[in-house]
Design a protein around this ligand. Sequence first.
Ligand SMILES: CC(C)(CO)n1c(=O)[nH]c2c3cccnc3n(-c3ccccc3)c(=O)c21
Ligand SMILES: [Mg+2]
Ligand SMILES: [Zn+2]
Length: 340
Amino acid sequence: VRKPPGWQLSGNWGEKRKGYHAITRSSELFFRSVCLFLLLCTRPCNLPLNYVCTTQHCFDHEKLVRFTLSVRKNYHKVPYHNWWHAFNVAHCMYRMLDHEQEIFTELERQALIIACICHDLDHRGYTNQFMVKYETALASLYSTSVMEQHHFNQTVTILQQDGHNIFDHLTSDVYKQVLGYIRHYILATDLAQFFSNHKQVTRFCADQTFNIENTYHRNKLQAIMMSACDLSACAKTWPVQKKTVEIIYEEFYAQGDLEKKKGGVPLPMMDRDNAHNLPKEQVNFLRIFCEPLYGTLAVIFPHLSPLLENTKDNIHKWDNLAHGRPTTMWEVETSRIEKD
Ligand SMILES: CC(C)(CO)n1c(=O)[nH]c2c3cccnc3n(-c3ccccc3)c(=O)c21
Ligand SMILES: [Mg+2]
Ligand SMILES: [Zn+2]
């Protein structure tokens, strides 16, 4: 992919592209399994595995492998916003859709999964606020949702590469429609959009006017589903939640260090000198974003209620840590996760 403006920022992670990856047998097997997983994501769950896709919405397997390889190549080796995060978000969406095959069209399901693996493409480990504050080249391109608009732009750029367009079997109208879906879904992962999206869906539920056939209602539901998958690490078991938080704060503190180097004052959450406040910050984040989000989704999709329960458990554990209370004996003392 051509180097987008702002590439110089990625220098902080040192990594220079070493040209094409030497594709070893194991990584090839890995990517074939990822693509099979993605192909399966779009197969109605009640069909046999050897189902030969006859509808117009089938992915060409070779293009899907090539597309997925290029998507992975365009994630940086930053602590949190890397390929594994994208893959985990897509897996969460797959499990969410696995129960709801009938309410979304096949095109929407494909767009949701592809949007998930692409939703943080070319993330450099910096927030939108940082990109705007330091007047990066990307911030000069987009006035709002700077990184999310860039993530979508990167998606289109990869699709336009030879042999990568997994949607080129669609008519031009349907192609425009699916790209519109993907853009909407990726932009929805801007946390700044969360409150308005969530408020709308909560209102529809409260006054019992929620109607999945209503395009506006449907779009808002899909927007908070994207947020739910993006934040799904807050609903994982405590050892996984704690390791993930260590990793994301590694990225936050690296941004804070860079900000101090530039003579700026980072947000308290980004300042490693405030690391003692992390448990309290987590209680706030999970209470403000995650708990209401999974609470609303559990009303619409009752099978998602474990996400709400796990989030509540994690809030309780962060609150114990924030107040110096011991955490449950069985918890594994987590060590720094090995970087992949
Ligand atoms: C969801 C996750 C990674 C794990 O629980 N998490 C957390 O615990 N605190 C936070 C968190 C705390 C403050 C700000 N953003 C956060 N994000 C975040 C970052 C970028 C884009 C959207 C959300 C998390 O994913 C997260
Ligand atoms: Mg993002
Ligand atoms: Zn993300």
